[in-house]
Ligand binder design. Structure first.
Ligand code: AMP
Ligand code: ZN
Length: 112
């Protein structure tokens, strides 16, 4: 996707410090953090949202990477939250599938 900001981050067009990267996934800090730890984990391949994922392996790659990042950041003791906003009512603003990893404070429930 030519004008997708997360594709540009994933392919290096926008220089970004990756917290994690592998063959399929990259992770980086959210620009507008909603918690002391706020990391975005995204597939390198463009999917507009989770609705458009046609290969179930993508979920394993994304969640597997997110769990690794959570471990590497030492979040297991206090806990964390993973969120995938999907579509308009789901609160998605960037149309490239991404998982939010949030931690470092007590997170409210239910979400807004
Ligand atoms: P969502 O609302 O679930 O689509 O989340 C999109 C997230 O991407 C928001 O938390 C934004 O702060 C974040 N974001 C948007 N642009 C960038 C960027 N260039 N680098 C890092 N995070 C970004
Ligand atoms: Zn994209």
């Amino acid at each position: 996707m030519d004008d997708c900001i997360f594709c540009k981050i994933a392919n290096g067009e926008i220089p970004t410090d990756f917290i994690y990267s592998d063959e399929n996934v990259v992770a980086f800090k959210d620009l507008n953090p909603q918690a002391p730890v706020h990391v975005l984990v995204i597939p390198k391949k463009h999917y507009k949202s989770g609705i458009f994922v046609d290969d179930p392996a993508v979920w394993g790659q994304l969640m597997g990477a997110a769990v690794k990042v959570a471990r590497e950041l030492g979040l297991e003791q206090d806990g964390y939250r993973m969120v995938i906003n999907t579509g308009e009512q789901g609160g998605q603003t960037v149309p490239h599938l991404h998982l939010h990893l949030l931690a470092g404070r007590n997170l409210g429930w239910p979400p807004g």
